[in-house]
Design a binder for this molecule. Structure first.
Ligand SMILES: Cc1cc2nc3c(=O)[nH]c(=O)nc-3n(C[C@H](O)[C@H](O)[C@H](O)COP(=O)(O)OP(=O)(O)OC[C@H]3O[C@@H](n4cnc5c(N)ncnc54)[C@H](O)[C@@H]3O)c2cc1C
Length: 410
């Protein structure tokens, strides 16, 4: 019976633990939060379509019937790979025979850390609630502001980064401003809102083909989003975004431009890439080690000369892969191979793009496929039912869900 520690209860860690539950190994799953979070729907919490509890489940709940899985809430601070020990910030330590590190990624500001206090990133429930309140408070301020210029600052929303998160956020804020809130205010029209999506490269959603990327841009423009490509953000200050072409005053700056891996990985004293991800071998192991594995967004894994993207299917497949090999005591025997089922991105409430091999889908059909896949992958029946109910209400009545401001006031 081996002692297996998994750090991180995200897509990678959770799937790894699930596939070793009821094995004869002793599993310890450590996460700094008490919940598994379905990050792909975080933007819907940030835009008041869903509640946090709709997309997060307590990790402990998921293993209540698996006696060999212990769950601990704790922030792992360092790893001693020689002594095979993991240390929490509280200084408590745990020994392992196998260690799986699945700590995901956090925001990166490309060295411009001074921008961080003026922006909101989207990785955690707290981030999503912060964004939700920023957006709702901006509309409240606009309602009581008579000065047109000042009001415009409240009604400008700037999203930096044209990847999936930026595109989802832009489409969703446009939905709120131009469709959902239109009847709710008396002193201004929410259609006065300007939603800017700023991307430094020449296309949004660069992981998709040019054809689909252009389609997504067309959908966004149709929703009223101002999409600017080939435009780089040069400075961010309180309520100001400066780009290579413009200066925009705004209360709401959403940062969706960069990622870096958890700082914990540096304690492994192994090779990291520029985003701080661990360079793993073809078995997801570090330094040809047969006890320590890094998976999901924290890993730099190359297949066919390309680094695998930081997306949920990669994390899920790597989690299952390593669990299977540890269960059979056959680590480092068969290389990991990522089976690419394709990609999807949603744009607003009824449009999406999807690409799988030569098949390309757009519009409502792609959006229905996107909705189905996301419902299927949500963890737990309760969350699936809740999300389905919230979506149905939102689409039928064109109303967003929890538009409450209860943590900050202004
Ligand atoms: C807003 C957003 C939208 C996305 N949309 C999509 C999408 O549509 N499709 C898609 O495929 N992918 C999407 N992704 C990416 C996808 O969510 C990630 O690729 C996936 O979550 C990676 O899984 P992971 O297990 O590696 O990391 P995560 O899911 O991030 O999990 C990491 C876990 O580690 C824990 N942790 C971190 N550090 C420590 C520590 N020191 N000690 C203890 N615990 C720790 C965290 O609390 C967390 O629970 C999106 C991501 C975001 C942020």
């Amino acid at each position: 019976m081996a002692k297996v520690i998994i750090i991180g209860g995200g897509f990678a860690g959770l799937n790894c633990a699930k596939h070793m539950a009821n094995s004869n190994h002793q599993i310890l799953l450590i996460d700094k939060t008490n919940h598994h979070l379905f990050q792909p729907l975080l933007y819907q919490v940030a835009t008041a379509m869903l509640s946090p509890a709709d997309i997060a489940v307590p990790i402990r709940d998921l293993f209540r019937n698996n006696k060999n899985v212990k769950v601990i809430m704790g922030d792992v601070d360092t790893i001693d790979k020689h002594e095979k020990k993991v240390f929490l910030k509280s200084k408590k330590s745990f020994d392992f025979d196998y260690l799986i590190i699945a700590t995901g990624a956090k925001h990166s500001y490309f060295g411009k850390n001074e921008w961080e206090p003026h922006t909101n990133g989207l990785k955690t429930i707290e981030d999503a609630l912060n964004i939700r309140e920023k957006i709702l408070i901006a509309f409240e301020k606009a309602e009581r502001e008579k000065d047109i210029e000042k009001r415009q600052r409240h009604l400008n929303f700037v999203i930096v980064g044209g990847g999936p998160t930026g595109v989802e956020m832009a489409g969703s804020i446009a939905d709120i401003a131009y469709k959902n809130l239109i009847k709710d205010f008396r002193n201004f029209s929410s259609t006065e809102s300007k939603i800017y999506l700023i991307e430094a490269s020449n296309q949004i959603l660069p992981m998709f083909s040019e054809e689909l990327s252009n389609k997504a841009r067309q959908y966004l423009a149709g929703f009223g989003v101002i999409v600017r490509t080939n435009e780089r953000v040069t400075n961010i200050n309180k309520n100001i975004v400066e780009t290579t072409n413009d200066t925009i005053e705004t209360d709401t700056i959403i940062w969706a431009a960069g990622n870096e891996a958890s700082p914990l990985l540096s304690s492994l004293d192994t090779e990291l890439d520029r985003q701080g991800r661990v360079m793993v071998n073809k078995y997801c192991a570090i330094d040809n080690n047969n006890a320590i594995f890094v998976i999901g967004d924290a890993a730099h894994f190359k297949q066919d000369e390309k680094v695998l993207p930081g997306i949920a299917p990669v994390a899920i497949q790597q989690g299952k892969y390593i669990a299977k090999l540890i269960k059979k005591n056959k680590v480092n025997s068969k290389p990991f191979f990522y089976f690419d089922k394709g990609m999807m991105a949603t744009i607003g409430k009824s449009k999406a793009i999807a690409e799988t091999g030569p098949i390309k889908l757009t519009g409502l059909i792609a959006w229905l496929a996107w909705s189905l896949v996301h419902l299927l992958y949500l963890v737990g029946y309760r969350t699936k039912v809740l999300v389905l109910i919230e979506w149905s209400i939102s689409y039928i009545f064109n109303r967003n869900g929890p538009r409450l401001i209860y943590r900050n006031s202004s």
